[in-house]
Structures are given as C-alpha cells and as structure tokens.
Design a protein around this ligand. Structure first.
Ligand code: CA
Ligand code: CA
Length: 505
C-alpha cells in the first residue's frame, strides 16, 4: 500500500506540472492528496477520512463532512493528521451552509495553524488564541451592523482573543460581504497563499459554472508559521444551519528556492520526461496488478476510483455534451409541435368561415347549372331586356293616349266656338250641329276606351303592372332610374365580395 501511494504521488506530481509563462518562472503546483478529501469515497466504511481526523459533532459520510448539523449549540471540526510540509499552497473548499431560517448561525472556519485546534472550541467550533490563519464564513451578525453573512480572514500570533462580539472587528486582515447561505449550487472558496500573499477567490454558487470566481480579498506581507495544520470547523448557536464541506483540495507551490528562471525545455529533456512518465505509468500498472493478486477482494482497490482518469473524464464530458444536445433537440421538437398545432387550428377556422358563407346561398333551381363562383343568384340579361321592352310599350301607349286626349280637346274647342257664333240657337237647346258633335265626341270616347282596354290587356300579358293608370310618365322614369341605381350598386357589392373572398384564401 505504501509503495502504491508513493508511485501515485510521483504520478500526480508529473501530471500536474505546468509552466506559468506570465511570471517567467516555472511554478511547480502539485495536488496534495494527503491534505485533501473529496467524494465519492470521502469517508471509508468505518467512518474514517484518510489522512484526516474529525471530532465534536462532525459526521463524515462518503459524500461530505457535516461539521455542524442544524441543531442548537453544535460544534465540530476536521484536522489534518500530519503537518503541512510545504510553505505555499492553495486550498479549494467546496461547501454548503443551509438552514430553514432567514438568519443562520454561527458559521464555518478554515484554518492553517501552528498546531491543531480543538474539535469543540469557542471560535466557529475550534480553538481561540490560535497561531496562524483563520478564514471565517460568518453567518451571524453579532455587532448588528447588518453586514453578515461576511467572509474575512484573521491572523493570530497565539495570544489574542478573537473579537467575537464585533465579528472580528479590527482584527480582520481583509474581507467581503457575500451571502453564502442557501445557494442553489455549493459555494466555493479558493484560498491561495503564495509568496506571502493571501488571496481569497469566491464562487457564490448561483450558477453551475465552476470557474465563476470573484476576488474577495488580497492581502500582502502575510507571514504564516511553517509546518502548520489545515483544519475546517463549524458551530451553531441559538440559530442553526447545516455546515457541510463537500471537498477540500490542497495544492502545494514549490518553496521560493524551488522556482527556477525560465529555461526552454530541450527536446532531449522533453523526451526523457515523457519516457519517465510512461515508465511510471507502467510501473504503476504492475504494482496495482501485484497488489490485486496479493489482496484479492480488498476494498483498498477503491483507491483506483478515487481519482478520475483521463478517459473517464473524457467520457463524462462526452456524456454531458450529449445530454445537452438531447435537451436542445427535445425543446426544438416541442416547439415544432406547437407550431403544427397552431397551423391546424388556423386551417379549421378558415374552413368554418368558408362553410358559413356557403350556407347563406340558396341552392340553384333544378336543371340549372350552378353559378360560377357559386355564391349569389343574380338578375340575368334577358330579365333586364324584358323590363326595358315593357317600359317602351308603356311609353308608346301613353303617347297614343295623349294624342287622343288632344284630339278630343280640339273638337270641344270647335264646338264651343260654334255656339258662340250662333246665340239664337239657344231656342233649340240642342241643335243639329251640337247633336252631331256630341255624338262624335261620344264615339271618340268609346274609341279611346276600347284602345285603353286593348293596351291594358296587351300589357297585362307581358307585365305585372296591374293597370295603365297606375303609372305616369314621370314615375316610370323614376322607376327606371331607381332600378338602374340598384343594379349598379348590386354589381359593385358583388365585385367587392368576390375580391374579399379571394383575399381570404
Ligand atoms: Ca458573527
Ligand atoms: Ca456583523
């Protein structure tokens, strides 16, 4: 097992080696698994966390370390077993602080101290008067300045009492106001201590972007004791939150002397490193094989799953990408269905309206072909011609009647003139001339009557107008004019409706 771990550490050292070109120096950053924990095998079956010790009310599971549960006055902490052998480091802390209350308490602390702190101390679950650094995620507003939850760092030389009542007060090295409670995604802090500069970058857990960090504070000239211990602790008070640490990943920076001026890597060196890397991989495989033979069914083989291999990572990324594509395609399909549904509804509305228009048209008479367009019956040409003919006959008959009436009038005038010339004729009340004239007038009137009767009979056959004396010449002209206006109006109306019907389709 020891050998396996040694080889594993060398493997990680080489794989995590990178060149920081911006500073012009090679900076060796190395993942330190002995100062880290992470799921899915955070705690082993016996509840222990490899390379770490926890106590107080803390409980470790395979997924996280619950430092303090959401009960009143709980305290818990987890500390590294061994002192940190490197001077500069970066700690990536993924955690959740969740509670049902609008306000929570007390908070969570990250420590780097000369010696291990307590598991049920006074400062966020660990010891006061520490020598080193404390970074506090302080939920509760003790000084009532309405500035919590607050993140801040306090350095102590082992003699000062923490100013709890003022949330650190003047002891703060630096800090920022960030609400880290009850976030949808876990919150994340990167605490970086390099070349005596302390920096805290914070991810507020509002989205799933793991690189969405913002600067909380940066403090220079921070000198921390060497060979300290890492720890995380939490405490609740009258109010309570769950304080869960999901992972703590430590990387070390090489000591100041370990940073070397930038020199180009020669192809020979590169090939040599590559060969060494391949040799180590082979050796690792051999060792693992031997170990499996020696310890068949041993659960320590789980260490293999502790770290994700390149191919596993690639597979996971492909899987995530495909899930995303699948989601997008599903969304597109749903939108397409919506569009098709809307189109069908529109078509059915159009056909309903067309049906309603068709229902208003009377069916064409039997034996007659339906009208073009099939909408409205109309006055036909021959009917218009018949009306004109009737009107002409009316006009002729009326002219004849006028001539007769004029003739009668002339004859009456003649009779009156004759009587005026022969006054003596009064003795004979009715003279020969007068008698003959009266007879003539009577005959003429009879002839007019006969003619009128003939015209009336003739018109009765062709026209629906009941009698001749129902119309005068002026009224006939008015009727003709009204009919023309009606026909013209009707034609315009019909054209408009035809045009509208065309537009509708
Ligand atoms: Ca506080
Ligand atoms: Ca405060």
């Amino acid at each position: 097992m020891e050998r396996l771990i040694q080889i594993l550490s060398v493997f990680l050292l080489i794989s995590l080696l990178f060149i920081n070109s911006s500073t012009g120096y090679k900076v060796i950053k190395k993942f330190e698994y002995k100062f880290s924990f992470k799921p899915p095998y955070l705690a082993q079956r016996d509840g222990s966390v490899p390379f770490w010790e926890y106590g107080g009310n803390a409980i470790a599971s395979s997924d996280n370390v619950r430092l303090a549960p959401s009960l009143k006055s709980q305290k818990g902490a987890i500390w590294t077993k061994n002192p940190v052998p490197f001077d500069y480091w970066e700690v990536d802390l993924l955690f959740r602080v969740t509670g049902r209350g609008r306000v929570g308490a007390d908070g969570l602390a990250f420590w780097y101290t000369q010696s291990k702190g307590a598991y049920d101390g006074e400062v966020f679950g660990s010891s006061d008067k520490w020598n080193g650094l404390g970074v506090f995620f302080d939920s509760f507003d003790n000084d009532n300045k309405h500035n919590n939850p607050y993140i801040y760092a306090v350095q102590n030389d082992g003699n000062k009492l923490f100013d709890h009542q003022n949330d650190g007060g003047a002891q703060q090295l630096g800090g920022c106001l960030r609400d880290f409670r009850n976030k949808h995604f876990p919150t994340r802090a990167k605490i970086n201590y390099h070349n005596n500069v302390l920096t805290l970058m914070f991810n507020n857990g509002l989205n799933s972007n793991e690189d969405d960090f913002e600067m909380c504070f940066r403090v220079e000239n921070v000198v921390l004791p060497k060979n300290g211990y890492f720890g995380v602790s939490a405490a609740t008070g009258g109010l309570a939150d769950d304080h869960d640490v999901i992972h703590l990943l430590t990387s070390s920076y090489g000591a100041p002397g370990a940073t070397a001026p930038e020199t180009p890597v020669s192809p020979e060196d590169h090939a040599k490193l590559q060969q060494e890397y391949l040799d180590y991989q082979k050796q690792l495989e051999l060792q693992k094989e031997e170990y499996r033979k020696e310890h068949p069914g041993d659960k320590a083989a789980e260490m293999e799953d502790f770290y994700e291999s390149d191919s596993q990572r690639e597979l996971r990324q492909i899987f995530q990408g495909q899930n995303q594509i699948f989601g997008e395609v599903k969304e597109l399909s749903r939108k397409l269905d919506e569009i098709v549904g809307k189109q069908e509804r529109t078509m059915s509305l159009i056909s309903q309206q067309a049906g309603a228009i068709g229902a208003n048209i009377p069916p064409p008479p039997a034996g007659q072909p339906p009208q073009a367009g099939g909408y409205v019956d109309t006055i036909r040409r021959h009917e218009v011609d018949a009306i004109f003919n009737n009107q002409n006959q009316f006009q002729n008959a009326i002219s004849e009647m006028r001539q007769f009436v004029l003739e009668i009038k002339q004859r009456i005038d003649t009779v009156i003139n004759n009587q005026a010339k022969a006054p003596t004729a009064q003795v004979h009340a009715v003279g020969f001339d007068t008698q003959s004239l009266v007879n003539e007038v009577r005959d003429g009137l009879n002839q007019v009557k006969v003619n009128v009767a003939q015209v009336s009979a003739h018109l009765g056959q062709q026209s629906s107008c009941p009698t001749v004396n129902c119309v005068t010449f002026t009224s006939v002209l008015i009727i003709v004019a009204v009919q023309l206006v009606l026909i013209l109006g009707y034609n315009i109306y019909r054209d408009n409706r035809d045009n509208q019907a065309k537009k509708f389709y």
